[in-house]
Design a protein. Structure first.
Length: 343
């Protein structure tokens, strides 16, 4: 077994988290990851026609009904995310009033916006004081990690540019970012994210100061994930260079290169993104937002296919239990082998 500050913080067996993957549903995936001894994370679902508070509530209820293990949820705190105010107000209240939810829904991950938004909610403050819940925020750059510390987070998710989905403008690799953040914030609990898919990479993340890894693309390619079969079928045989940075709802986004991606070149700065947002018509905006619904329904040509460079090391669609077991066994071997190098 591998015990770290993160496995102890959350009372989990393995230092492996599923990464949030909104706006898509990841309820079955989160359940499978938590049941397998990792920590499963519910995504901020806002496919057209869904209410994000109701979706989270239904997913949390589903989780406590089907497992006694800890799990987490993600709230996108971007100004562009519909329902964000209601989520930071209502969700802590809902969880606070249910003992099982309070005990199990321990990991509150915010991303793609301010790290202050959730801790400013009086209901979240109350929840934090009366339970073991922890607040983490995604930090894709050193200056953002500093902001997270100012927001008094319990830890950060260090996500580099090779990861699937939304990215920062800085485009720093996970390898460099982890070293930078470890140098400036050695004591801050960290989860490494972006590009992880193997036991070797878990061992590397632990060497670089992280207490766990979070994986998105690797878990999409699992039997339990709710993604469309056509989406999964792109992963093996996908290569890292089949993905690139394009324009997403909150800035740069790593997508599989298809018709949709190629028509949306990445903004190089926040100013360029704002300029783009102001330049498009409301019909175009609606069509862009529809790219997530389209892909969810299997349109991998004009839909936005969020995937990371790690697809280049994923050979098969596997059961979540097997993925986690394989990664842990390999990481243990690597850690032992590395220790044997010491003379
Ligand atoms: C399909 C998909 C959807 C994503 N949606 C979100 C999201 O809603 N919130 C978030 O913080 N990150 C989101 N991400 C980023 C992931 O949480 C994570 O950073 C990324 O998958 C890590 O890289 P990997 O795919 O190489 O494991 C998404 C990634 C993917 C692939």
């Amino acid at each position: 077994m591998i015990e770290t500050n993160i496995t102890k913080m959350f009372g989990i067996k393995h230092p492996i988290f599923s990464a949030p993957m909104g706006p898509f549903f990841t309820r079955e995936l989160a359940l499978a990851v938590s049941e397998a001894g990792g920590l499963g994370v519910l995504s901020n679902v806002n496919i057209v026609g869904t209410d994000p508070v109701e979706e989270h509530k239904a997913s949390i209820e589903y989780m406590i009904e089907h497992t006694d293990k800890p799990f987490g949820l993600n709230i996108l705190t971007s100004r562009n995310n519909p329902g964000v105010k209601q989520m930071v107000r209502s969700l802590p209240k809902i969880v606070m009033n249910n003992v099982k939810m309070r005990d199990q829904c321990k990991y509150w991950l915010t991303s793609a916006g301010s790290s202050r938004f959730l801790p400013e909610s009086k209901y979240f403050q109350e929840l934090r004081e009366n339970s073991e819940v922890k607040h983490f925020h995604v930090a894709p750059a050193v200056w953002l990690a500093k902001k997270c510390l100012d927001s008094n987070v319990d830890g950060i998710v260090v996500t580099g540019t090779e990861g699937g989905g939304h990215q920062s403008y800085e485009r720093v690799s996970t390898l460099v970012l982890l070293q930078q953040i470890n140098k400036y914030f050695p004591d801050l609990p960290k989860i490494a994210c972006g590009g992880f898919a193997t036991g070797e990479s878990l061992a590397a993340a632990l060497s670089l100061g992280a207490g766990a890894i979070a994986m998105g693309s690797r878990f999409i390619a699992s039997k339990q994930s709710e993604f469309h079969e056509k989406y999964k079928a792109l992963i093996p045989p996908g290569q890292p260079q089949d993905t690139g940075l394009y324009t997403g709802s909150f800035g740069p986004i790593r997508l599989y290169k298809n018709e949709y991606a190629l028509a949306h070149p990445a903004p190089s700065s926040k100013e360029e993104m704002i300029e783009y947002e102001n330049s498009i018509t409301s019909e175009q905006r609606a069509r862009d937002l529809g790219a997530y619904d389209r892909v969810y329904n299997g349109d991998i040509t004009t839909g936005a296919v969020l995937l990371g460079q790690s697809i280049g090391i994923i050979d098969s669609i596997d059961d979540v239990n097997d993925i986690i077991e394989r990664i842990i066994t390999k990481a243990e071997d690597v850690i032992k082998r590395n220790a044997s190098l010491l003379k």
